[in-house]
Design a protein around this ligand. Structure first.
Ligand SMILES: C[S@@+](CC[C@H](N)C(=O)[O-])C[C@H]1O[C@@H](n2cnc3c(N)ncnc32)[C@H](O)[C@@H]1O
Length: 402
């Protein structure tokens, strides 16, 4: 296999932007791909995988480089890619001058003295927090979160069914496999998904298979009134509207208007006409909706530790304090927004975190302070244990009838 210099240069430039200029990887990647519209799918995939592999294993690579590490940001970015290529051994190592002096023996020798956190490439604070919260499950979870993310789709049952979608994608050489008892599909052979007629016509959305369980557990029925109070760009709102067969009312709220704008476009493409969006301007927006909904979804802002496969650079942007602040915000959202639930209604609290402080402990504290709610079921989708997909926590609560 030939390694194209232009692709590696693009990876190096991206890494410099992420590390030295603190930019988010997904944004820089999107921007870079737009600069090279003539790249074929394979080349795009190699570029994206290269960036994510370095981000995922940054600490390991830094440790492996030891005192070979350059102080110059540009040279260091080349070294990171070189070290990753040597250690993974999946691609041939080009004999370019930027890699002079790098050897697999030297990298492995430095790694032989590394700590577990260094070898599995986590910051010390997160390694410790993982152990404190998940005890001896943590190393397996940490390892599972280092695997590359797979691609999953959800067939939009308002417009098609799984078999018809599969057939239509197959014509473009995109192979998929249905996930048992669901509208979910794993993409087993990638292709031009977003250029397909199926996508343009709203036949599917890209959504992790774990994430698809959230709306399912909300157990919505056609004709109900449902609020998705932290809707973001609407992954779960769209699923909810489809499960309700476009009958009833879905209110999608968020504090960011631009996310709701994206949601509206997606809803239009999906053929949804029962959904309204509303930005949360202040506490009154939610207060006015007291006791108004049969179903309330609180897919709260969280550490995102369950989705590190998809956003590996989050490890380097988070810290203990930011997670502690999120825990406070989650408790506040749960307490205030739960009031939108009618008596006899159902509330789902969900995170894409693997940390019990954001999950089980939040629900336990809420139930202790709110006797009119009871827990019906809770699912901890823990990569490496109970989930092959992203990590999620989903608690289903009922507001007791009065
Ligand atoms: C986990 S994301 C939601 C993802 C979305 N439900 C989906 O399926 O695509 C959490 C969302 O909560 C929003 N958020 C943050 N603080 C909030 C608040 N106080 N009230 C409502 N939403 C909030 C964020 O803007 C973000 O979009």
């Amino acid at each position: 296999m030939h390694v194209e210099r232009q692709s590696v240069e693009a990876i190096v430039t991206t890494l410099i932007q992420v590390f030295s200029q603190q930019q988010y990887a997904d944004k820089v990647i999107e921007h870079t791909l737009a600069e090279y519209p003539y790249w074929d799918l394979k080349r795009k995939e190699r570029y994206v995988t290269g960036v994510y592999n370095v981000l995922r294993f940054h600490r390991k690579l830094e440790t492996a480089l030891g005192n070979m590490r350059s102080r110059d940001a540009q040279t260091y970015a080349w070294q990171l890619w070189g070290a990753m290529t040597l250690l993974l051994g999946e691609e041939p190592m080009p004999s370019w001058s930027e890699f002079e002096g790098l050897s697999l023996e030297a990298l492995n020798s430095n790694l032989s003295m590394a700590s577990d956190a260094q070898r599995l490439s986590y910051p010390d604070w997160l390694w410790e927090r993982g152990f404190n919260e998940l005890a001896d499950k943590w190393p397996n979870v940490a390892h599972a979160l280092n695997q590359p993310a797979k691609t999953y789709l959800r067939a939009n049952t308002l417009k098609t069914d799984v078999a018809t979608l599969q057939k239509s994608l197959k014509k473009l050489n995109i192979e998929t496999q249905q996930i048992a008892d669901s509208e979910g599909l794993e993409v087993t052979q990638y292709g031009p998904l977003f250029k397909s007629d199926a996508f343009q016509n709203g036949w599917f959305e890209m959504q992790d298979a774990g994430s698809q369980k959230v709306a399912t557990l909300l157990d919505v029925k056609p004709g109900q009134r449902v609020v998705d109070a932290c809707a973001g760009a609407g992954g779960k709102s769209l699923h909810i509207a489809a499960l309700m067969q476009n009958k009833g009312y879905v209110l999608s709220m968020d504090i960011h208007q631009h996310k709701l704008d994206t949601l509206k476009k997606r809803a239009k493409r999906a053929g949804i006409h029962t959904l309204e969006t509303r930005v949360i301007k202040n506490s009154k927006t939610v207060k006015r909706l007291k006791d108004k909904f049969d179903r309330v979804l609180l897919d709260v802002p969280c550490s995102g530790t369950g989705v590190l496969r998809r956003n590996p650079d989050a490890k380097w942007h988070l810290n203990n304090e930011s997670i502690d602040n999120l825990v406070v915000l989650q408790a506040e959202i749960l307490q205030r927004y739960s009031q939108m639930c009618k008596s006899g209604g159902r509330l789902v609290y969900a995170t894409c975190s693997v940390l019990p402080s954001e999950n089980e402990q939040q629900v336990k504290q809420f139930l202790a302070e709110n006797e009119h709610f009871k827990l019906l079921e809770a699912h901890s989708l823990l990569p490496g244990y109970t989930s092959d997909y992203d990590g999620f926590y989903i608690a289903v609560l009922e507001r007791l009838p009065v």
